[in-house]
Design a protein around this ligand. Sequence first.
Ligand SMILES: [Zn+2]
Length: 381
Amino acid sequence: MKALINGKILLKDGIWEDKGLLIDEKIRGICDKKDLYKENAEEIIDVKGCYISPGFIDIHIHGSGGSDTMDGTVEALKMISNTILVNGTTGFLPTTMTMDMPVIHKALEAVKKATTMEWSGAKILGVHMEGPFINKKFKGAQREDYIIKPNYEFIKDYVDIIKIITMAPEIEGSRAFIESVKKRSNAVLSIGHSNATYEEAMEAIEAGISHSTHLFNAMTPLQHRNPGVVGAVFNSNITCELIADKIHVHPELFKFILKVKGQDRLALITDAMRAGCMKEGMYELGGQPVLVKEGKAQLEDGSLAGSILTLNQAVKNFVEITKAPLYEVINLVSLNPARIIGIEGEKGSIEVGKDADIIVFDENIEMKMVFVEGCRRLGDK
Ligand SMILES: [Zn+2]
């Protein structure tokens, strides 16, 4: 067992100081410093006043470090996983794009294979399928020529790894698809890249949609006589994602979203593409050229094409803008995403019995140490 001492422990409802955190592959306990000697810890790790936090979980990320989920290889997934670990992400959903069916299947196969392998980076927790069942009108950076009608047959061999499916529920065949998914899998259905009216969105939520993909981006906006998908997200209990890079959504809306959706129904995501953690320049996303310049990733027509955000930066941005306490913002990148994909019993917060996905960071949310299921993956011994 290891004991992390001299840190500020970020719990889901507050911060504890002057305690020791005991971990092996699981979180074993929190004890007073004076009682540490009773606990037989083999290794005492002094974190020197830094924060001790649950690891971040990114439920929407395409790529990083020059690699993309759609490369369809285990090597690409490894690269993404090792790069995002450095910024505190200990678990993630590699996210597919709208492409030709065999290309998506190849990417899903690679994820399946990767989840059975020895792994040193952030853990793959499943897949987020973004498309191809979306609306051409709100395709964003997705390729229009590969958009198809929803079809359960298309995903049936992968329901064990698919955790989230982004879809436009106004598209023909959606109702039957939603029913099949609800009946035969645990995948979370998310409204996104959608041209639905407010009424269509509310009906879809009634039918089983429980999440929304990058709120405000690629969906019908909120207008006073036409509340759209955004209005439906605000007027229902579904959860939502936010790309908190201050580019995809105006930062002054962060407070508003938090106020309306509450602390339990919002997850910060990166939606990062392969240029994440890389130099600016020309890249590719979903088969299209992307220029990354001044912190923005854009297609030739100017559409935003994912981001180069990291989750620690998202936390920083969100704290700076909303002035919410740090432990509350940490829940938006740990507990909430874990809850959304149904793994809050194992991950997402510092609680006894959960996996020891623990990160140690300073006042600037820069990582000093990262532990995935108790193994130290970043930070010198
Ligand atoms: Zn995306």
